[in-house]
Ligand binder design. Structure first.
Ligand SMILES: Nc1ncnc2c1ncn2[C@@H]1O[C@H](COP(=O)(O)OP(=O)(O)OP(=O)(O)O)[C@@H](O)[C@H]1O
Ligand SMILES: [Mg+2]
Length: 152
């Protein structure tokens, strides 16, 4: 399902390039879970951003299902993020002008797959049903995180 092959990535910095990932590889089967651990600054978010096509590798190959992410252009990567991959960011990136219900539905709406019954089910499972009319700034950190999880 997910395959990361010999991926390397450096950020270009003033004092020279900063290598973050060197020859990183992993495989993840359908239905499997994986926890990626490592000290702060070790490259976990960088790897997730590369897998989601938010940034591009210097070398190596990433496949998500049938898609070769590292071979996609901007439009293909945007489609992958809209239709295939959900991310919960460290800062939750909720849309401040939308209420909880609209934030929860946001990605499904973009993908043209909004299902109101599933949205209600999701809100219930995440304990967000009483909060659907609130705005992100009116939520606790954990509540904001659950909205981000539901959206993903
Ligand atoms: N846009 C950027 N430009 C330059 N350097 C960056 C950039 N983003 C991240 N870095 C650097 O790359 C390294 C890896 O960062 P990354 O965000 O992948 O770490 P992380 O493992 O997710 O850390 P944390 O556990 O603190 O979230 C860090 O040294 C960071 O300072
Ligand atoms: Mg991180």
């Amino acid at each position: 399902m997910l395959s990361v092959r010999s991926v390397s990535k450096a950020y270009v910095a003033a004092g020279g390039d900063e290598p973050v990932l060197r020859d990183a590889s992993l495989d993840l089967a359908v239905g499997a879970s994986l926890a990626l651990t490592g000290e702060s600054g070790s490259g976990k978010s960088t790897l997730l951003h590369l897998i989601a096509g938010l940034d591009s590798v210097d070398s190596g190959e990433i496949r998500v299902g049938p898609a070769i992410v590292t071979a996609l252009g901007d439009a293909g990567r945007a489609r992958l993020r809209r239709e295939t991959i959900g991310l919960v960011f460290q800062q939750f990136n909720l849309i401040p002008s939308l209420d909880v219900a609209a934030n929860l539905a946001f990605q499904a709406r973009l993908a043209g797959r909004l299902d109101p019954a599933w949205q209600r089910e999701l809100a219930g499972r995440l304990g967000l049903a009483p909060l659907l009319a609130r705005y992100p700034e009116e939520l606790s950190g954990g509540q904001q995180q659950r909205v981000a999880i539901g959206r993903a």
